[in-house]
Design a protein around this ligand. Structure first.
Ligand code: ZN
Length: 380
């Protein structure tokens, strides 16, 4: 069980003191109240906190709050703190305790239902969360928040159709996230359609995805997959090439695939084009291409020679390695390749989650399109 930091407890205690004093004594009437007049149970609750018995402390505070109907805000503050700390069972107890009050005002009841739904979501109780969010989404004041959370529930369930429909509901009240998110839902649905062999449905979904977001390399990748499957190699090459131009972070996984599709005779021409594209952008793009080439055992391919030298001489960290290897590309490629074989290749730019696999949807923070290729190799 994680212990709360001293600062967090100070914040909770401040909220409780304010809430309890406001509830027991009323603002402005007998303020300030001598601490000696606080309910003895309150002091016992504090003692449980200090002696790190959070469950007994919580029992005591809930009992006190029952005695004072004016502490609703304190309930919400404490519940949300517990949820953020991952202590979801305590958050659930607090919000259920609130909902059990017969005298609770309707707006507070709605707020407590929303908070309880968020607790369930955090606890992974998706069915319960879904039902409550649906219920709360009928309240105009809380509709945007409830629908957005509901969208999150469907994402976790991989129910892309429902996620898309909820997105559309949010769009109608002008509370939708960027259209890129809808484009990803459509691509998820297209992927499932391709798996089922429903190619015409997949094409239609990808067309809709491109209407939501353009350019959209994920849709180009999936269309390339369809083209390849149907034997239209030239079209697949064109689509894959354009996806890589629009989203160079895909190079690490897709460069070998592209080269395989074009075949040996055209390989150098395609590589030259990729180098020219990267050079016309910025140095980090060229660096990314060079690392993808090394990982794919292409470091010694003629079109890369000059690019590799440029990257290694211009980058302060890599320059030392270049000098140590006396500029021998093969040696450097071998060393870097060995490091890359075990390195994390991707990292989420929102939460820092890193790994060897690429995700369109971050498994840690649930953001879309937040993965970047990550080829920073720690040199010994
Ligand atoms: Zn993330």
């Amino acid at each position: 069980m994680p212990d709360l930091s001293l600062l967090t407890w100070t914040v909770i205690l401040a909220a409780l003191v304010i809430g309890l004093l406001a509830g027991h004594f009323g603002w402005g009437k007998r303020w300030p109240v001598p601490l000696g007049k606080l309910h003895p149970d309150y002091l016992t609750g504090l003692d449980y906190l200090v002696t790190e018995q959070p469950d007994r402390a919580l029992d005591m505070f809930l009992k006190l709050m029952d005695a004072s109907p004016d502490t609703v805000e304190t309930h919400f503050a404490l519940g949300s703190l517990y949820r953020r700390r991952g202590e979801v069972e305590r958050a659930i107890r607090i919000h259920q305790n609130l909902l059990a009050r017969e005298t609770l005002a309707p707006e507070h009841r709605e707020q407590a239902l929303l908070a309880l739904a968020q607790d369930y979501l955090r606890a992974g109780l998706l069915d319960r969360a879904e039902r409550l969010f649906q219920q709360v989404s009928e309240v105009p004041r809380l509709r945007a928040s409830a629908l957005d959370s509901l969208r999150g529930v469907y994402e976790r369930q991989h129910d892309w159709q429902q996620a898309l429909e909820t997105y559309r509901q949010l769009a109608r009240i002008k509370a939708a996230p960027p259209r890129l998110v809808a484009a990803h839902y459509l691509c998820e649905l297209a992927t499932l359609a391709i798996e089922r062999g429903e190619i015409s449905a997949a094409r239609d979904l990808l067309r809709q995805a491109r209407e939501e977001s353009k350019p959209f390399p994920r849709a180009a990748l999936l269309r390339a997959q369809i083209a390849e499957r149907e034997g239209q190699t030239e079209l697949a090459v064109r689509l894959l090439h354009s996806a890589l131009r629009e989203s160079p972070k895909l190079l690490q996984d897709e460069l070998p695939h592209l080269l395989n599709l074009v075949g040996a005779p055209r390989r150098d021409a395609v590589l030259e084009q990729l180098v020219a594209d990267a050079q016309s952008r910025d140095f980090s793009e060229l660096k990314r291409l060079v690392f993808a080439a090394i990982a794919a055992n292409l470091a010694t391919a003629a079109p890369f020679r000059a690019a590799i030298e440029r990257v290694f001489i211009q980058d302060a960290t890599l320059k030392a390695l270049w000098e140590a290897a006396s500029g021998q590309v093969e040696r450097i490629a071998q060393e870097i390749g060995a490091l890359l074989a075990h390195a994390e290749k991707y990292r989420c730019s929102e939460c820092g989650f890193a790994g060897r696999n690429f995700y369109w949807h971050c498994p840690a923070c649930q953001n879309w399109d937040s993965f970047e290729s990550y080829a920073i190799v720690k040199l010994r």
